[in-house]
Design a protein around this ligand. Structure first.
Ligand code: ADE
Length: 244
């Protein structure tokens, strides 16, 4: 996969995209990430990327010309067309499902906003507008890094073992079950006996119950779309009642 990022703050990306799993994926050429400074696509002496909003109001708006120029220039870097993603708090909510879909793309271009938002006309370039959550950040750079991280870790060969993305939170509509490692007893807190039993069926049953319990307590709204048996629904209802 090739990921092009268009931003006025390319330096923000260096640390997060060079460390750990993503850094290693880049070193192994499993993903190529290129950063493009939007200011290189301006044509005035001050390299201006924003301007006052028509109709008045607070803040500044990102001008259309540099973004159009940058997206077109970057699209033309490769023969295959990239999926164009705008990071904005008014976008669709980014989810694991969207991450999965994006991980199948050959290329993506991610455009980061600053100031009060984009001139609406640039959104004609967008395949998708994404928000990472219902809060407003100072710009789309951190959200872009979140999306890139979530997508790159799903690319083939990036994670050591294929199973690790299948069983995790959100993949099957429930939060992940609790995990334990050594020591078996830590500050008088013991690892549940069932996990030491070697009885794989019992362990699987226990983990499923724990996943349902965690979801019922922390994210009860997720249960509406999770696939649960009657007995599991009753368990979730009991936990929600007990937890309040
Ligand atoms: N830019 C500012 N806040 C954002 C958010 N929550 N998601 C995506 N882009 C943003």
């Amino acid at each position: 996969m090739i990921i092009d990022v268009i931003t006025i703050l390319p330096d923000m990306f260096e640390g997060p995209l060079s460390a750990s799993v993503i850094g290693l994926a880049r070193e192994r050429n499993l993903v190529k990430i290129r950063l493009h400074d939007l200011r290189n696509h301006t044509d005035d002496r001050h390299r201006t990327t924003d301007d006052y909003p028509y109709g008045g109001g607070p803040g500044m708006v990102m001008k259309p010309e540099p973004i159009f120029r940058a997206v077109r220039t970057v699209q033309d870097l490769e023969p295959t067309r990239a999926t164009v993603i705008f990071m904005t708090p008014s976008g669709s909510r980014f989810t694991q499902k969207i991450a999965g879909r994006l991980s199948e793309a050959e290329r993506m271009i991610v455009i980061c906003g600053r100031y009060e938002g984009f001139d609406e006309r640039v959104l004609t370039l967008a395949d998708i507008e994404l928000s990472i959550g219902d809060y407003v950040l100072t710009g789309g750079e951190l959200p872009a890094m979140v999306v890139i991280d979530a997508v790159v870790r799903l690319l083939p060969e990036v994670l050591g073992h294929a199973d690790s993305t299948l069983e995790e939170s959100f993949s099957e509509g429930l939060l992940e079950y609790p995990q334990y490692t050594r020591p078996q007893v830590f500050e008088e807190m013991s690892v549940p006996d069932v996990l030491l039993s070697g009885d794989h069926a019992r362990i699987a049953r226990y983990r499923r119950e724990q996943a349902i319990a965690k979801t019922a307590l922390n994210r009860p709204e997720m249960l509406a779309t999770a696939e649960l048996t009657e007995a599991e629904r009753a368990l979730a209802a009991r936990i929600i009642e007990g937890g309040q």
